[in-house]
Design a protein around this ligand. Structure first.
Ligand SMILES: C=CC1=C(C)c2cc3[nH]c(cc4nc(cc5[nH]c(cc1n2)c(C)c5CCC(=O)O)C(CCC(=O)O)=C4C)c(C)c3C=C
Ligand SMILES: [Fe+2]
Length: 386
């Protein structure tokens, strides 16, 4: 007898303040989040960043009640999707697998095995594909799949990205429409799309299609809205000193205010649920920046959460995926879709490979100097040079 299931993938978030540090450690341990040339440095660096960042993050989680609502919202979405599919004649069980906190993807997979699911649809709750989100979850799932003979009998299919799904676009356009109409003077309003950023190198060096998909998604929403309203797309939540996708949300808000707009309607475009990036970063931090810059009305479009039109859109995506040719890990995993690191093939001259080796030698040299300085012995002593 066949039994169908849906695995909803999301990021996960701390459920108590004391989860913040281990949650950050899990996040920064992911090689798709910090892309290092030396994997041995991943764990120490993740530990260091999680220790350094945790007090700032904890303060932000404290402002939204001391926890992330992502688990509760994702589980409600899963329940609503199961009900919508059941009403449409598809008795399919839903499962939630988070990348960095409970319920972890491994826990969901164990339950899927216990329930003897035979056909599985894998649906990331990120409309746009990024190496750092859906890509990371697919890669982790592929590893789990390859290591477990018990999973080989399950027929699975993946929905890699759905940024252009007609019903999703309609659901979000309707929410935006409602918010624009609430503005005191709808003709004065400026629509401000804020997407989670990624480092520029993801797009320019690794071929992440994220920026392209976000831009296409915004274009489709503007078409569906069919309103003559000016808009801006900017990127939020950057972390660390490297360059991220621009314009940055905080700077772009000030520019829009300087252009004379007084009413801002902010759309969180890469999230389908409320969490720290909507409830704290947009609702508190960006609102303050906007008001200080002269914006008089700041409205944030609600996240889709369990919006019935959105749940119907997901249900349609699942039904369609079940009837189409399966999409496999080999079709979507980052190794196959995007470039990871320069090819390990030696060639003379100023080549990527030579630059990698140059970097490696410099790193080992620096480690040697640090050892000599802090421990008093090291390679220079070994070579009898000190
Ligand atoms: C489209 C969605 C997301 C992308 C792309 C993304 C990339 C990305 N994120 C970080 C670092 C952090 N993200 C954090 C929280 C967080 N990120 C997303 C989504 C995307 N991230 C969500 C939904 C959440 C919220 C989880 C919750 O608790 O509710 C955090 C932790 C919060 C904080 O300390 O600010 C970090 C750190 C990087 C480095 C990255 C791309 C490389
Ligand atoms: Fe993030």
């Amino acid at each position: 007898m066949s039994r169908a299931g849906i695995l909803l993938l999301n990021l996960g978030g701390p459920e108590r303040l004391r989860d913040v540090r281990p949650f950050l450690y899990n996040l920064f341990s992911d090689p798709e989040i910090i892309r290092l040339r030396f994997p041995v440095l991943q764990a120490p660096l993740a530990w260091l960043i999680s220790v350094l960042r945790s007090s700032k993050s904890e303060k932000n989680y404290q402002k939204i009640g001391g926890f992330s609502p992502l688990r509760e919202i994702t589980e409600s979405q899963a329940f609503a999707l199961q009900q919508a599919l059941c009403s449409a004649g598809y008795p399919i069980k839903t499962y939630v697998g988070m990348r960095y906190w409970h319920p972890f993807t491994e826990e969901a997979i164990e339950q899927i095995k216990r329930d003897r699911i035979t056909d599985l649809v894998i649906l990331p709750l990120y409309p746009q594909f990024s190496i750092s989100t859906s890509g990371s979850s697919f890669r982790q799932l592929e590893k789990i799949w390859m290591a477990d003979p018990g999973l080989q009998t399950i027929n699975y299919t993946i929905i890699p990205s759905w940024h252009d799904c007609k019903d999703y676009i309609r659901a979000i356009a309707d929410l935006i429409d409602g918010c624009i109409d609430q503005q005191p003077d709808a003709h004065q309003a400026h629509l401000f799309f804020s997407a989670h950023g990624v480092p520029v190198s993801y797009v320019e060096e690794a071929g992440d299609p994220y920026q392209d998909e976000v831009e296409k998604c915004v274009g489709l929403i503007m078409k569906a809205l069919n309103r003559d309203i000016p808009y801006t797309l900017a990127y939020q939540s950057r972390v660390g000193p490297i360059e991220w996708l621009k314009p940055y949300t905080d700077e772009a808000i000030v520019e829009v205010a300087q252009q004379g707009y007084k009413e801002l309607v902010v759309v969180p475009i890469s999230f389908v649920s409320d969490h720290i990036e909507t409830l704290e970063e947009i609702d508190i931090e960006y609102r303050e920046i906007a008001i200080n810059a002269g914006i008089e009305t700041f409205i944030r479009v609600p996240a889709l959460n369990t919006n019935p039109d959105f749940i119907q859109a997901l249900a349609k995506l699942v039904i369609q995926a079940l009837s189409e040719r399966p999409v496999l890990f080999s079709d979507v995993c980052p190794e196959n879709a995007v470039k990871l690191y320069p090819q390990e093939q030696w060639a003379w001259g100023i080549t990527p490979s030579a630059e990698v080796w140059n970097g490696r030698l410099a790193m080992f040299g620096m480690l040697g100097v640090l050892l000599e300085y802090f421990v008093g012995s090291g390679p220079l002593h070994l070579l009898g040079l000190m």
